[in-house]
Design a protein around this ligand. Sequence first.
Ligand code: R5P
Length: 325
Amino acid sequence: MPHTAQPHAPRIYGDIGLYAGNSAPELAQEISDYLGVPLSGRDLLKFPNDNIFCKLHSSARGKDVYVIQTTSAPSSDNIMELLIMLQTLKLDSVGRLTAVTPYLAYARSDKKDQPRVPISARLIADMIEVAGADRYITLDLHAGQIQGFFSIPGDVLTAFHMLSDHFLERKADMHEPVVVSADLGYAKKGRNFAAKLQVPMAFVEKRRTGPDTEAMSVIGDVDGHDVIIVDDEIDTGGSIVQACNILRQSGARDVYVSCVHPVLSDPATERLRSLDIREIIATNTVPVPPEKRLPNLTILSIAPLLAEVILRAHEGRSVGAMFNE
Ligand code: R5P
């Protein structure tokens, strides 16, 4: 039978195949709408014994497949769904398989910082590879070196441009803003944030003073300034509460918060509600249920960014060029 490949349109892989797990259906649909590629059908269910099952509705053989599954809570279920979908697709002989995990679970477990503990982020990377992924796409890893836990290539994207652009638009309404890194681990990204906004930078420093006690101080001048606290994620909200308190004691005026991943584990919503924060900006790497959508919370969608990167990966075009890199 003659083949139908078009010599003037060289293609390495077949068409894009988009699959979504159950963790972020709205984000997956937005990506699908942006690309004009429908989400492919699959059954993805749990048996009465709690085991997860996946069945594709049609063949994905030869396709360039992207599995969209964020791994926020319930993280064990979401991780297992991702792994089982990856293996199902691999066994269906896809051309290339990419795991798209906007939020990568266990990223905070990235080193042995005390005896007899795991490095779970490494385990997650290994499992994604073993399940059959050829590539991965993720956003704002808790620590850049987690990239080294993967031996497959990946695109580690950042919401930095989107978040900082938002504050650039707001800057004229703020009073002499200062960017504050709530965590020294985020200091470098905080510095980029401040540079983009062309404003000064300050740091909240936490020091352990005993087995259960911490002292906090502010490095830099926030007295009489509006502050933008930047961090990679809000989990229980404890860090934001501490940062807000010490910043206010140091004379800060209005407080704004920017974070990539709104994990919002309990009691984060109640903690954030009790703070007088002007605006909290986050992205939809983690879906926020209606009961956690505070009036001062603005969610920016990363769907256009992910969709554009998927398109470029499919066509073999530079992703760095999107950011003039
Ligand atoms: C810590 O290293 C991270 O950058 C965040 O500061 C942390 O994940 C926030 O956690 P929580 O909201 O529970 O204080």
